[in-house]
Ligand binder design. Structure first.
Ligand SMILES: C[S@@+](CC[C@H](N)C(=O)[O-])C[C@H]1O[C@@H](n2cnc3c(N)ncnc32)[C@H](O)[C@@H]1O
Length: 408
């Protein structure tokens, strides 16, 4: 109901917004657009006095489905979803990667950071590319770095397939024909053939698209043993094509000016970027003990031809044992934070999402270490928001969203 006495009008919070950290971010989003608002005691009903820049608000908001009787762009974006998971819209679902960001949270944080269209954000631990896709949708450029080839590949495919959709569809038809000839062949023969076909595709962007589909099929096979590899590969490719086509339609219908995405495989302890070149950083570093990303993506890294024991050395948080593991993790993180500071421009924001892990009942104080280092580097901690973690209950229950501003 509109509060006509004070000229406050309703704006509609997305129904899926449930956690306290999301309600905090929803309010910060309104504040970042200089909107005067009221919120009901149950935190479900928001009303606003006016929204000076309504068009911009509607095109950027992450937490509000409509404002002043107009639907937000995010409403349309999230409706392009072929999965059952609310946050896996467009190409976000590509590859079952553990520890993905919640894309809605990233969109809101980019708003908080006030990064403008055409400016550039960095995610030095880009993982499955959540920040890259969200920045692209907002017309913001993104540089994403990850030491894992699986991650750099997925992130590229999620964000650049939209420019190659016709080629991809053409290749899919050819591949279907080719694989049709292999009915009744042994599973291993089929898997080798698929690998040969995808590797021989000339255009790297198209080749990478089918490589990701192949990696998803490998993962399906490992997780759900009885899956037929050929069927799984073809089904995944078809589903991926639907999502990329949806993305292309969305872009066309809304005349979206997409941001430029630049993903590279590399070690963030030494970023190949110029000093003072970045307008915002948002990232969740690996945890000291929670997830072994090498072990987790073992099948995919091996399928890409990597020796697991060799590449393990470049991954943060998985090297060594016990106390040694923690001290090398801390040293690595110190280095990375110095690198982030070097590339970030003055007066800009750096958002780190990180938590404290426990080893043998001892808490590893990574959050405090991060805050100390950023403060020593001349940053102000503007916000420290508690965030619940789903899925890692036995190891970690919560993490913190640390919003730093570079003041020198
Ligand atoms: C918490 S995950 C990031 C997940 C990401 N936010 C997403 O939405 O998918 C951390 C990532 O750090 C990467 N990583 C580990 N060591 C690294 C290093 N030295 N340089 C760059 N990336 C590294 C891992 O491969 C992993 O993908």
């Amino acid at each position: 109901m509109n509060d006509s006495r004070n000229n406050f009008k309703n704006i509609e919070l997305f129904w899926n917004v449930q956690f306290i950290y999301e309600l905090v971010l929803a309010q910060l989003e309104l504040q970042s657009f200089d909107v005067e608002y009221k919120v009901s005691e149950d935190f479900r009903n928001f009303s606003v006095k006016e929204i000076t820049n309504l068009e911009q608000f509607l095109s950027r908001t992450a937490y509000f489905g409509s404002a002043l009787s107009r639907s937000s762009l995010y409403n349309d974006i999230t409706s392009k979803n072929i999965t059952r998971s609310i946050n896996q819209y467009l190409t976000h679902w590509f590859y079952p990667y553990k520890g993905k960001f919640h894309p809605q949270m990233i969109r809101a944080l980019i708003n908080y950071m006030k990064v403008k269209e055409g400016e550039t954000i960095l995610d030095p631990f880009v993982g499955s590319g959540t920040a890259a896709l969200e920045a692209q949708l907002l017309g913001i450029n993104c540089i994403g770095v990850d030491v894992s080839e699986v991650c750099s590949l997925i992130s590229q495919v999620k964000t650049n397939s939209i420019y190659y959709i016709d080629d991809i569809i053409y290749n899919q038809i050819e591949i279907e024909e080719e694989l049709g000839k292999l009915q009744g062949h042994q599973e291993e023969e089929i898997s080798t053939k698929i690998s040969q076909i995808t590797s021989s595709i000339e255009k790297p962007e198209v080749r990478n698209f089918f490589k990701v589909s192949e990696l998803i099929a490998h993962s399906d096979k490992i997780r759900r043993r009885k899956k037929d590899f050929r069927k799984s590969f073809l089904k995944n490719s078809a589903k991926m094509i639907t999502s990329v086509s949806d993305y292309a339609d969305l872009q066309k219908n809304h005349k979206l000016k997409l941001g430029k995405v630049d993903i590279y495989k590399g070690d963030s302890r030494e970023l190949k970027l110029n000093s003072n070149s970045i307008d915002g950083i948002v990232s969740s570093p690996p945890y000291s003990i929670a997830l072994d990303y090498v072990e987790n993506d073992k099948h995919a890294l091996s399928a890409l031809g990597h020796d697991i024991e060799i590449i393990r050395n470049d991954f943060i948080g998985v090297r060594g044992k016990g106390k040694n593991k923690i001290s090398s993790y801390n040293k690595d993180m110190e280095k990375i934070y110095l690198e982030m500071d070097r590339v970030l421009k003055k007066d800009k924001y750096c958002v780190i999402i990180i938590g404290n892990a426990r080893i043998n009942k001892e808490e590893i104080k990574t959050v405090e270490m991060t805050i100390n280092q950023f403060q020593n580097m001349g940053y102000k901690l503007e916000r420290n928001i508690d965030k619940i973690i789903f899925g890692l209950y036995n190891i970690m229950q919560k993490e913190n969203i640390l919003i730093f501003k570079k003041e020198r």
